[in-house]
Design a protein around this ligand. Structure first.
Ligand code: IPT
Length: 968
């Protein structure tokens, strides 16, 4: 048997063994924190409450974002700024080893795979980074990040097997050296390092191997990593906690995905799924480190044949954030990373077989970088609140209590009690967390004025179904104290001459807030706020409505909003510059402003007289600037000067005009497409003399013994990605009547078999990962030589260990083994002038594969961020059996499987697409049914254009076709 690309199962290699080696970390034991070892630097420090950076205690509110899932470096700043605008101050990122060391010993991180632009963009946005380079990462990537060539390593992966450890050395040394330069100790944004990933569960009689974990840590330390090590245990299970000796980390952390990964029932919250034991676990496992959840569910992956990411976004929506994230604050979380905050795309075969091209994840920022999901806005309300609530960071989380703080056991309150400050936080939820009913309640809260029954002015409060609230007491607002507030705090700022506080509540809810003040309250905007002053306390009561109220107490202005209105407010940090990045942490930037706008405000800069806002607008948007310093006289939005009016309490009002541009998108079906047969292997004239023989008589796959004379696992031979082709030759006896073959390609895969040029049949795909098929063989002539050709769609694996790869720009996984891919015809400018013309929507009339290419020009106006999607519009029923790969300017940005689904719409970012110039698209159409197949419809569709301050998006490098030496 010969092959071009083959498939093997990595799973066999993911077991863990126990063997001892490596070194024990240096332990310095002291009475207060006996587990803590000496830090190697003094910028990032920690205690049992929180991290401090440069001496400032901060909550790490982080979002997960993988640069390799958005291969346009000039868009990274956009994602960082959108995460920053949510009030987050950090991003956690994985590194996908298989993309960087496609050939063993040949590490390369250039172009779209370079890290320096990622670090620079984080710095420019003012975002800290948590580095998670594996070597194993999971992450729904091919091989969990392991390159396919590891298949020929005999030792068990993720163990102390010396050949495995040696195989990691080059990668870890290379990536660590790059990241080491970007540590905060060297002026970069990296503040934490996670060795390994979820080194937590053991199969087949294996057990925890601290020596392996220690080896991974030593690799990093030896490469100059000095920032603290944080772990990501797969659940609060206490592995590798500080003080546990070999393999211990500095800060223990775990992950949490309480609603799981099935997006089929997006309103189903199973009873008991809320983790209510996090605090207790933390105290028993790692009481002297900040409570850290290094991945908390921000969405879900979705498999082939799955339910689609809109359903994942619905399951893990704003209600999920309210109830589950606030439950984490009730446990005192001080380092929290949301996985994913921006998911992105599994372009170019980088994903694992359990997922399709989109890795949108239903996260706060969509695959096409839109922030239209309500969960983005809800997360902003929460993160901005914590950013202005430093008392939270030293407060002590108490126990869940359904009797002390309200008048109903239907509700549970967890107190997070001030420690060193007067401020306490009371996190309220339904006792049955999944309850969809609204519950009336009154509060009994301990305050500096004694235990109060709230509301004090009469009436009762409401907790809607699937909601949770944080009620504060003795809360500091820049020197003014809220004795209590049932309305939630979004943000506050103390400006030179006034303080502004923004409170919000759900629609139609009664709220009450008491301020320690002897100044009387005046409602200066809106109506319907009851106010009462008693000795030193002003109490406000109102029912939330969409109409804003502003109450003034001397120099304090309190905005009373409903939640939907609060979503429109932004708290931009001043942009940083040069050596002073704007790492907005707790109370920095009091000199900045609060903005009421619409879609997005990214940041603000000032000169002596001008205030410059950068933001994005998807409609004509009234804007207000709250707190502009008195010397400022001019307003600029995205560089454009706007006139404004100033009201009698100093708020500027203006408006940003939005006009929808005309795009003039091409009709893809009217392009002139050229095509060639993509399976010349079926012709009798075809010669396979350049092909390798599949001649290994052994394989390292321990899960399944060889049932063929030689190994037919692709990774044994170095073929790990995309479409795989085998040819097998035999001399017929004439007695053959059937052919049985087991093909594997991972969930959603398909395969087709030919004998000579006769089609035998296909496995057309389901969620199955492998399949036995028996095909009828036509009568053969005794003594004659025949060739089987087998084509397999490998849904995700790795790289080539034996030969180098042809396209270093787009990386080792981007292309598979079809003839036109081997030749490089999927790139711009293929030699198609002599090819036939024909459209993929006309298709082919027999089973086989055809390769199509066409060009089109875009002339999209600058100044907008415009999402573009390639949408397959096939509605045949039952669905025709065919599969498509979509290449855009040489980058594979879509694997469409018409009969398995679910993805039909494939976003392609600007930078891969040339928005102002020529683009080349290529389509491989693989018909897996008698009579052939055609693409039912393919269109280029735009989402709402966003008028944007994004700036210029640079095209990535997109090498054109050149004849490949030795291509066959
Ligand atoms: C957690 C992994 O750490 C992460 O890489 C990713 O795979 C995530 O799951 C799911 O998207 S593992 C956790 C489910 C125990």
């Amino acid at each position: 048997m010969k092959f071009l690309q083959t498939f093997a199962c990595l799973a066999a290699q993911y077991a863990i063994t126990a063997s001892i080696g490596g070194k024990t970390g240096v332990l310095i034991r002291g009475p207060e924190d006996p587990e803590k070892r000496a830090a190697l630097q003094s910028i990032v420090t920690w205690d049992k409450h929180s991290l401090s950076v440069n001496g400032e205690r901060i909550m790490i509110y982080s979002g997960e974002f993988h640069p390799y899932r958005l291969p346009v470096p000039s868009l990274w700043l956009d994602v960082f700024q959108k995460i920053k605008a949510m009030g987050f101050n950090c991003v956690s990122f994985y590194v996908h080893w298989a993309l960087l060391e496609g050939k063993q010993g040949d590490f390369s991180a250039e172009g779209v795979f370079a890290f320096e632009p990622f670090f620079q963009a984080a710095t420019d946005a003012g975002i800290y980074l948590i580095a998670r380079p594996g070597p194993y990462i999971n992450a729904e990537v091919s091989g969990g990040g392991f390159p396919g060539w590891l298949q020929r390593v005999k030792g068990v992966l993720r163990t102390s097997a010396s050949d495995y450890l040696a195989a990691t050395d080059n990668y870890v040394a290379s990536i660590s050296a790059i990241i080491a330069k970007a540590q905060i100790t060297n002026g970069g944004p990296v503040i934490l390092w996670q060795p390994e990933n979820e080194y937590s569960s053991w199969v087949d009689g294996q057990s925890e191997n601290p020596a392996y974990m220690q080896y991974v840590e030593n690799q990093a330390r030896n490469a100059g990593i000095v920032v603290p090590f944080i772990s990501n245990d797969a659940g609060p299970d206490g592995h590798n906690v500080p003080g546990s000796g070999t393999g211990a980390v500095d800060i223990y952390g775990h992950d949490g995905y309480p609603l799981g990964f099935s997006c089929g029932s997006p309103t189903n919250w199973p009873a008991g799924a809320l983790p209510t034991n996090y605090r207790a676990k933390h105290l028993s496992q790692s009481p002297n480190t900040p409570y850290s959840i290094d991945e908390f569910q921000g969405g879900s992956f979705d498999p082939w044949g799955g339910h689609g990411y809109d359903n994942c976004a619905a399951l893990l929506n704003m209600e999920f954030e309210r109830v589950f994230y606030k439950n984490n604050y009730a446990a005192g979380v001080a380092i929290m990373n949301i996985y994913m905050t921006y998911g992105g795309t599994n372009w170019g075969n980088l994903g694992h077989p359990g997922g399709y091209t989109s890795y949108d994840y239903g996260s706060a920022i969509t695959e096409n970088r839109l922030i239209t999901r309500e969960k983005y806005s809800e997360a902003k309300l929460q993160a901005q609140f914590l950013k202005v609530s430093p008392a939270y960071l030293t407060a002590i989380a108490g126990t869940n209590d359904s009797t002390t703080y309200t008048n109903t056991t239907d509700l549970t309150v967890t107190p997070v009690v001030g420690n060193g400050t007067e401020t306490s936080f009371f996190v309220l939820r339904h006792t049955a967390y999944e309850n969809t009913a609204s519950t009336q309640y009154t509060l009994k809260l301990p305050t500096s004025a004694g235990t109060l029954s709230i509301p004090t002015l009469g009436g009762s409060l409401t907790l809607n179904g699937r909601d949770s609230k944080i009620h504060v007491t003795d809360y500091d607002v820049g020197g003014t104290t809220l004795l209590y507030s049932t309305a939630e705090v979004f943000t506050w700022k103390k400006f030179t001459s006034k303080t502004v506080l923004i409170l919000y509540g759900g629609p139609g809810e009664l709220h009450e807030t008491a301020i320690k003040s002897t100044t009387s309250a005046v409602t200066i905007e809106g109506a319907g706020v009851t106010t009462k002053s008693t000795s030193g306390t002003v109490t406000l009561q109102w029912t939330t409505s969409a109409t804003r109220r502003i109450v003034q107490l001397g120099t304090v202005y309190i905005y009373l909003l409903d939640r939907n209105s609060a979503y429109n407010y932004w708290v931009p940090d001043l942009s940083g510059s040069g050596s002073t990045p704007a790492y907005g942490t707790s109370l920095q930037n009091p000199e900045s402003v609060i903005i009421k706008a619409g879609y997005l405000i990214r940041n603000v800069t000032t000169t002596s007289t001008g205030l410059y806002l950068n933001g994005d607008f998807n409609a004509t948007t009234p804007i207000e600037v709250i707190g502009a310093a008195s010397g400022l006289t001019a307003l600029y939005v995205n560089g454009q000067k706007l006139s404004f009016t100033t009201n009698n309490y100093g708020v500027w009002s203006s408006s940003v005009a939005y006009n929808s541009p005309s795009l003039g998108l091409p009709s893809l079906s009217s392009l002139t497409w050229s095509y060639i047969d993509a399976l010349p292997e079926l012709q009798t004239s075809y010669s396979d003399k350049s092909w390798n023989f599949a001649d290994y008589t052994t394989s390292n796959n321990t899960l399944r013994s060889l049932t063929t004379p030689t190994s037919l696992y692709s990774s044994d031979y170095g073929y790990h990605t995309g479409y795989l082709l085998y040819r097998g030759q035999f001399t017929a006896t004439g007695a053959e009547n059937s052919f049985t073959i087991e093909t594997q390609g991972g969930s959603g895969f398909g395969s087709s078999v030919w004998l000579g040029s006769s089609y035998l049949g296909s496995w057309t795909g389901s969620t199955a990962e492998g399949r036995n098929n028996t095909y009828t063989v036509p009568t053969l002539t005794a003594g004659k030589v025949y060739v089987f050709t087998v084509l397999i769609d490998n849904m995700g694996l790795d790289e080539n260990w034996s030969i180098t790869y042809a396209d270093r720009t787009r990386g080792p996984l981007n292309e598979g083994g079809l003839y036109p891919e081997r030749q490089g015809f999927h790139q711009p400018n293929p030699p198609s002038s002599t090819w036939a013309t024909g459209n993929p929507t006309d298709g082919i009339t027999a089973p086989g594969v055809r390769f199509y290419t066409a060009t089109f020009t875009l002339a999209i106006p600058a100044g907008y961020d415009i999402p573009l999607y390639f949408v397959f519009t096939d509605t045949t029923s039952p669905a025709a059996d065919y599969r498509v790969q979509l290449y855009v300017n040489g980058y594979q940005f879509g694997k469409y499987t018409n009969n398995v689904g679910p993805e039909k719409s494939f976003p392609v970012p600007e930078g891969i697409l040339n928005y102002r110039g020529t683009n080349t698209i290529a389509v491989t159409l693989w018909a897996q049914q008698a009579g052939g197949a055609n693409v039912g419809g393919l269109t280029l569709v735009a989402g709402t254009p966003v008028l944007s301050s994004l700036g210029t998006v640079s095209l990535v490098s997109m090498p054109a076709y050149t004849s490949r030496a030795g291509a066959y």
